[in-house]
Design a protein around this ligand. Sequence first.
Ligand code: HEC
Length: 174
Amino acid sequence: MRIFESATLLLLIVLNANYAIADEPRLGRPATAEEIAVIDISIPPSGKGLPAGSGNAVAGEDVYAQKCASCHAVDGTGKPADKLVGGIGSLDSAKPVKTVGSFWPYATTLFDYIRRSMPLNAPMTLTDDETYAVTAYVLFLNDIVSKEQSVNAKSLPRVRMPNRNGFVDMSGVR
Ligand code: HEC
């Protein structure tokens, strides 16, 4: 009886192995180039890969009023969501205020972040021009660019953020 049971078990294992080879899980399918392109949108600090298009804070003010102000307040001072403006020079004080203006080292990251995740309730719905314009507006609110300055693939990487040199590369330190 024991031998019979073992034989059955062995048979089951063998059958199972055959089954696995003949009929693998077949879950999903390789993503197409088009599908990858939609989410392959990371912009590094250098700005490589920034799309065509442009915008300035004059145009951005409208986009901001319609699609951002409800969460970040009219002038970017926050509530209910993050404060986007101010705090410049406060990082080494007793009460550091971290915002795009005071903390973020690269303006290109602002474009990347807004394009992929904002507005929070409808991410990836802004056009590239709207994204450039509202990026310009947030920079303008922080006194980093003028209201008319055109923000585009060429000019954005050149924008110098106040905290650009505030980060220390610890990658070589154990
Ligand atoms: C429905 C609410 C909502 C709307 C609308 C919205 N945001 Fe946000 N936003 C948030 C929240 C919440 C966070 C914080 C997300 C987190 O920390 O993961 C955030 C974070 C951000 C940040 C990062 C702030 C930081 O210092 O970390 C930026 C920049 C930003 N939003 C810009 C925008 C812009 C520009 C728009 C309009 C196009 C917009 N947001 C619309 C809710 C919103």
